[in-house]
Design a protein around this ligand. Structure first.
Ligand code: PMV
Length: 328
């Protein structure tokens, strides 16, 4: 099954809707996984091995403006600068638009207000915002699960960026992935804060896509990852339903460390952490030992995201002066 088959199932006759001649705009928040998506069971459709759970970052994300152009070529800009045709970014966006274009070409302007190089999934909010913009441009009026499935075809974690708040992406079991979409969880955790700590802003050494695949193929520890995820998803769901910040923090930190353990046991090994990353982990553990409840999570990069409560903002801002804080 190809991506275009999934688009056909979802859009049916709507694929022929004429686009509006007006520019449309859509925003999607970026998200941070608390229980990580790590490993695909189908690489073409970005179908995951396990379900995953994230939190969206409110008004931090991508805004996409989309309009049909008459030039037989997509024009893409990112934060106001033209994106070169030869770049990976351009290619990924173009291939995604190919699924929907029906002979049309687009002006696509994407702006993001997430700190550059914070190791935040910019592709997640980017693809989700493109799908939301396409839905407006072609007046598809799709449901949220349908939008989530289309966003997943761009990037797995984009399936979660269709929603705000706590979000669960169901792995699903169907080969065509029609049951693999995200849904919002009807709870919040008052006072939850997220701190973005940049320890290194250099380009990633290995994309999450490649790292995931290598881990699935070569890591012995990956064999127990689905078990770990099954346990953590139960704990995280409980933590959210009971507004239990301690359980949320312990589960998120343990889940991130376990994901990185699967990578370290891949071959060639994948180690995203830098000495500064480890130093910061030790600072977090020290703070915790001293009674400040703070936890970290880490994605496919060296930077950490801290989880803490509003009451501890001052202590944490003092300890990590460069940290950018996002309130939920
Ligand atoms: O959606 P991708 O292909 O960028 O993969 C995201 C992988 C992690 O960020 C490490 C985990 C996650 O669930 O977001």
């Amino acid at each position: 099954m190809k991506k275009s088959d999934v688009v056909q199932i979802i859009l049916g006759e709507k694929i022929k809707n004429p686009p509006s001649s007006q520019a449309v705009q859509a925003f999607a928040p970026t998200n941070i996984a608390l229980c990580k998506y790590w490993g695909k069971r189908n690489r073409e459709l970005n179908l995951p091995v396990t379900s995953s759970l994230s939190i969206s970052l409110g008004n931090r994300g991508a805004t996409v403006t989309l309009q049909v152009n008459q030039r037989q070529q997509d024009i893409i800009t990112l934060n106001g600068a033209a994106v070169h045709e030869g770049s990976i970014f351009y290619q990924r966006a173009k291939e995604f638009l190919d699924l929907f274009r029906q002979g049309h070409y687009f002006d696509l302007h994407s702006t993001s207000n997430i700190p550059i190089a914070a190791g935040l999934a910019s592709s997640a909010c980017g693809f989700a915002a493109i799908v939301l913009a396409l839905d407006k441009l072609f007046a598809w009026e799709l449901s949220s699960p349908q939008l989530s499935i289309l966003a997943r075809l761009g990037s797995g974690s984009a399936s979660r960026s269709i929603y705000q708040g706590f979000v669960k992406w169901h792995a699903g079991i169907e080969p065509n992935g029609m049951d693999s979409y995200a849904e919002t969880l009807p709870h919040d955790l008052p006072g939850l804060m997220i701190g973005l700590c940049i320890v290194n802003d250099k380009e990633k050494m290995l994309s999450s896509r490649e790292a995931m695949q290598r881990t699935v193929e070569t890591s012995l520890l990956y064999r127990v990852w689905p078990e770990k995820m099954a346990e953590d998803l139960i704990l995280m769901t409980q933590a959210i339903a009971n507004q239990d910040f301690s359980l949320l923090g312990v589960t998120a930190e343990s889940n991130a460390l376990a994901m990185h353990a699967t990578m370290q046991s891949a071959w060639p090994p994948i180690v995203y952490s830098l000495p500064e990353t480890l130093a910061m982990m030790h600072e977090v553990w020290q703070l915790r030992a001293g009674g400040v409840e703070v936890y970290f999570t880490q994605d496919a990069g060296p930077n950490l995201k801290l989880l803490f409560l509003e009451k501890d903002v001052n202590v944490l801002q003092e300890r990590f002066p460069n940290m950018e804080i996002i309130a939920q």
